[in-house]
Design a protein around this ligand. Sequence first.
Ligand code: ADP
Ligand code: ZN
Ligand code: MG
Length: 483
Amino acid sequence: MMDYEPVIGLEVHVQLATKSKLFCGCSTEFGSEPNRNTCPVCFGWPGSLPVLNEQALRFAVKVGLALNCRVSDRIQFDRKNYFYPDLPKAYQISQFEMPINGKGWVFIDIPGANGSVEPQKVGITRAHLEEDAGKLLHEGIKDGSLVDYNRAGIPLLEIVSEPDLRSPEAAYEYLVTLKSILEYLEVSDCNMEEGSLRCDANVSVRPRGETKLGTKVEIKNLNSFKAVQKALQYEIERQSDMLENRERIVQETRLWSEGKGQTFSMRSKEEAHDYRYFPEPDLVPFTVSAPLIEEIRKTIPELPEARARRVMRDFGLSEYDAHVLVQDKKLADYFEACVREKVNPKLVSNWIQSELLALVHQARIGVEECPVQPAGLAGLIRLIENNTISGKIAKDVLPEMFATGKSAEAIVNEKRLVQMTDTKLIEEVARRVIEANAKVVQEFRSGKQQALGFLVGQVMKETKGKANPKLANEILVKLLKAS
Ligand code: ADP
Ligand code: ZN
Ligand code: MG
């Protein structure tokens, strides 16, 4: 089979976190009673007029600046016409000719060989404002369908990427990076389950070395970043097989079926809509002043990429650790709060990434709701640092802290978990272990290093994990060499 190169471009719809809709005062609250959050503007009734939500405009500019876009100073909207029951006005107010954000770019980290990460620049084509449509409900309804217009008119920012992505993994990484930036900007809650982040994926393949783009297919109905990755994998294989068999790929929209793990044709290009775009006559074009853009620029916080560099520089973390920690703003905040308690940053990073995150994920909560707050984790780590308890004991103490909300110190005192640093006591146990494991001792003497690890393990077991492992190790070596 020939070597085919995938070419991918993504269209991401982000719901902007405003309290009211894009062109009226209706609430954007999720989960309200169907059609409660609607008004004559939502429905385009005669006599009603849309008014642009200033907060949505500010959020859109904020994202544009963060994505290095050329921000247009002229704001104009267009009508995108199509007839479908989820669209009460039979047109969507969008931006066609003059998007608020023009060309920009974002850096993503592509995982390379042996744990390295390689930065890649992905072009942003545009990021424009538009209103959302309503939601049709078909399930469990006998005669016909129901429609809920609560979502109609909610502000969206459509972020379109250049066809710069070259693998499903890169597409996944792009989405993770974009989400992370949007969360840092606090412009969206980015909740995929509630539909505040949605993605359509465009993909084509071409023989490697070819410079012309192949015919693309657009995939819809992608409900998670993993679904995007899986659908792209499937589609790349399907298209490669077709080219290999000299079949012609048709430009079309396909739907991803998570259950079947396949894409299915939805409509071909011939059936594609002609949207008859024209300038929205009810919203006159206007200019965004340069001072306003500068005011918005000042509200942009330190973004993940810069934060990762700072965390590496200030705390000596590896590129990988820094990358994992900064991706989630709340996790990075937790980490920095912990380090402010003057405990070893590398230890903090390890404890957060292994033990703490496991507990947090298990409990299905965010790290900010964790019963063990940064000062609490720092308290536990301090007990390890000053040899009060071993790391092994600490692994039992943390879940207890998580369950009871008690401090590490309180639990260690209550349960008498203080580490054994009494050389005599450890020596006694070590002698017993050596006696009971003659065979392993022999293996150690004949040069098998792992045998020592086993013996240390036995001492730890005998002392119920309370022996200082470093001491146990030293004492065993001393005894073994002496006898
Ligand atoms: P359409 O007119 O069908 O909406 P656009 O040119 O607006 O297509 O592009 C939509 C998305 O598809 C963009 O993210 C773009 O990067 C991507 N795209 C365009 N052409 C290709 C291609 N040949 N292969 C893969 N992706 C593509
Ligand atoms: Zn309304
Ligand atoms: Mg398009």
